[in-house]
Structure formats: C-alpha cells, structure tokens
Design a protein around this ligand. Structure first.
Ligand code: PLP
Length: 388
C-alpha cells in the first residue's frame, strides 16, 4: 500500500482556514461583533411552507404503509421528473435517466474525478477552490487559465492545445468574480470540447442570480450534450446549505473511448453514494413548483439587494470592483497594495469584518477580496459604514 502523499500538503481548504482564524479571533475578542461577509453561506431562514412539506414527508416514516428505507441512489422519480420539467420550461430536453440527485454540487464536482485517469484539468484562476484542490489531492495535471483585465475575466480555449483532451471546469456566474459567460463564450468552449473530445463540467450553482440573458444551463448551447456534464445545487437558490440537495445531469450522448459517462456515473453513484433522504427530496420537489419558486425568489431578491447596496456603497467610496449584476459576491480590488491575506487580517482586526482573501481562489486572485452578499442586511449596512 502507498499513502497518497498529495494529502501531505500543509495548505488547508481556504474556507476551513478562514473559519479557524475567525474562531480564534472571537476567542481573543469576545466583545467584538463579527460581520460575516466571508463564506458564501445563506443566512435567511427556511420558509414555513417548505418546512411543512418536509415535515409531512418525514411523518410518512411513522406509518407502516408509507415508511421508506434506503432511497434510490440516483433520486426519487418525483424529484427527477420535476427537474426534467424545469429543463423543459427552458426549452431543454433532458430525460429522467440523465438526472442524478445528489447531496450537493460540492460532492459531485469533486467525486466526478473518479471517472477519469491520467487527467489534465483546465481550471480558471481565480475560481471555486474545490476544483483545484480535488485535482491536486488526486495528483492530476492542471492547466490554470488566469482571469484578468486583458481577457475580461473570462476563460477561453484559445491557448489550449487542440491535440489533447481535457476536463474543463466552467463556473458561470463565476465564484468569486461574478463574471458570467455569454452564449458565444460557451459556444466556443463547446466547439473546442467536441473537437478535442474533452469534457466540460459546468457548475451552475449561482444560475438563479443571473438577471441578463446569459445562459443558465450549458445545455442551452448546441452540441453540449455530447461534451458536457451539468452540476446544480439547491443550496444558494433555496437555502439548502444544511439540508443538502443538488443534482447532476449526465447526457446519454456523452461517450468517450466507447464508454457512456451516464452509465459510468450511475455505476459510481450506486457504489459510492447512498442517496438523499426522502423528506429532503420532497422539499426540493416543492422548491421547483411555482409556489416554491416564488418563495425562493423573495430570498434571492434580498441577497441581490444586499449585493447592490454593497456595490453602490463601495463604488461611491472609490473602490474598484468587477462589474456584475449576476452574482451574490462582490470582487473588490484592494486599494493600498496589501496582499489579500493582509487585507483579510486588517478588516478582521479593525472592524470584525470577515471577507475571503482573493488568493484563496487562486494565484490570480491576489490583490482582491471577495465579499459575500449572503450576509444579514444589518451586517451589510454596518460593514458599509466601516468600509469607507
Ligand atoms: N459550486 C460552487 C461554485 C460553489 O461556490 C459552491 C459553494 O459555495 C458549491 C459548488 C457547493 O455547493 P453545495 O452546497 O451544493 O455543495
């Protein structure tokens, strides 16, 4: 047996590191109020209607006739059908066998690596750190695509070799920059992926924040079904960060080296995953109804308003931000040349404000911080008074 030495890295997962630093700050400053604009966790409570639906489903477990044991590994048909209908409303034809219900996007976007060997992954810099970290822990080769002013903070396949196939991570709107890829941008990626037999992992965890006509699904792009997997989550759109539910769509037409990725993912999930509890899936099904969507919209609008307040305030205070109305995050340039960890420390020590240092999302995030609008409104307003 050989131990996977990739785990010997001293570097923690950035959100774990932040949580530890905030905890130790709290212990040393018990009277300091903390304004948490750091980890992108939702703060609004669940709607009582949603909880009623889940409670009713949980009570079914008390009766002989409605008790349920292990859930199906790929999800109950009622939820998968609701997901298929949601795609149909967007004009996208997905079949029930292509939907895999999961306990969140985070697990799927990392566990999917089990389907590949000798991978070269293509990852934006900066982006959601789990993409890079999961690849690093598997010892995979990674090509980082720096996002900067010269490419409008958008990743493009222009500098990649056409003689190689890649696993390409696309997060749109991107965490942390908030930049969304357009139809044309994604078209370029889909063309490249089909040409090179690459696979796109499209993470649309923040699609509910898109307010312009940017694609909300990779399957809006012609040709995506032969090269893309979509990973989605109920966490940010419906407040499921604790309940845990998401889904992954693996098209049947996604074939590589004579293997069906759809069949492989089914095999993977039935071996490595035990499914999502019945009452949670009932809650997720409710979220996808008209009534559920209305309820979610209220919370999404609240977070969007938070982001607007934060952006307007910072712009009027002459901070440099990346323009984006499609994201719950504000990506802010640090004005005085400090490193992003130094600025993190300074905001924490001076005001009790928690942010995420940009370098935690990749080298090219150095010189920036990310502020989360998932915070409470009063914390956003207080933080604005201090960030002047
Ligand atoms: N993908 C992105 C881009 C995220 O930012 C996050 C969480 O912040 C996730 C996935 C994880 O989502 P989930 O809570 O569904 O695991």
């Amino acid at each position: 047996m050989k131990i996977n030495k990739c785990y010997s890295t001293k570097k923690n997962y950035v959100f774990t590191e932040i949580a530890q630093k905030v905890e130790s700050f709290k212990q040393n400053h018990p009277n300091q109020k903390i304004y948490n604009l750091g980890i992108g966790d939702v703060t609004l409570p669940l709607d009582t209607k949603l909880v009623d639906v889940m409670e009713k489903a949980l009570k079914e477990q008390t009766a002989k006739d409605t008790f349920k044991g292990y859930p199906p590994e790929t999800g109950y048909d009622f939820l998968k059908n609701a997901i298929v209908c949601t795609y149909a409303q967007m004009g996208i034809d997905i079949s029930i066998e292509e939907v895999f219900v999961s306990n969140g996007a985070g697990c799927d976007v990392t566990n999917i690596l089990n389907l590949f060997k000798d991978v070269t992954s293509v990852i934006a810099d900066p982006t959601y750190p789990a993409y890079y970290d999961s690849n690093a822990l598997c010892g995979n080769d990674v090509v980082l695509l720096p996002l900067n002013k010269s490419n409008n903070y958008k990743m493009s396949p222009k500098n990649l070799s056409c003689d190689k196939s890649y696993l390409i991570y696309i997060c749109s709107p991107n965490n942390p920059t908030g930049v969304t890829l357009s139809h044309d941008d994604l078209d370029e990626w889909v063309t490249f992926a089909n040409l090179t037999k690459s696979i796109i992992l499209f993470d649309n965890a923040y699609q509910c924040f898109i307010e312009d006509n940017s694609p909300k699904s990779i399957f809006e792009i012609d040709g995506a079904k032969s090269c893309a997997i979509e990973i989605a989550s109920f966490s940010k759109c419906a407040g499921f960060t604790n309940l845990r539910c998401g889904y992954t769509v693996v098209p049947k037409s996604l074939i590589r080296q004579d293997m069906s990725l759809n069949v492989m993912w089914k095999r993977h999930q039935s071996t490595f995953f035990n499914g999502v509890p019945y009452h949670i899936q009932k809650g997720a099904e409710f979220v996808l109804t008209g009534e559920g969507q209305e309820i979610c919209k209220k919370n999404i609008d609240y977070y969007k308003q938070n982001a607007k307040i934060l952006r307007q305030h910072l712009l009027s205070s002459k901070y440099e931000l990346l323009p984006s109305n499609n994201s719950p995050y504000v990506w802010m340039k640090i004005p005085d040349g400090a490193t992003s960890w130094e600025h993190f420390e300074s905001l924490l020590q001076s005001y009790g404000i928690v942010c995420i240092p940009g370098s935690g999302f990749g080298k090219s995030g150095e010189g920036y911080i990310r502020l989360s609008a998932f915070a409470k409104r009063e914390d956003i307003l207080e933080a604005c008074k201090m960030l002047i």
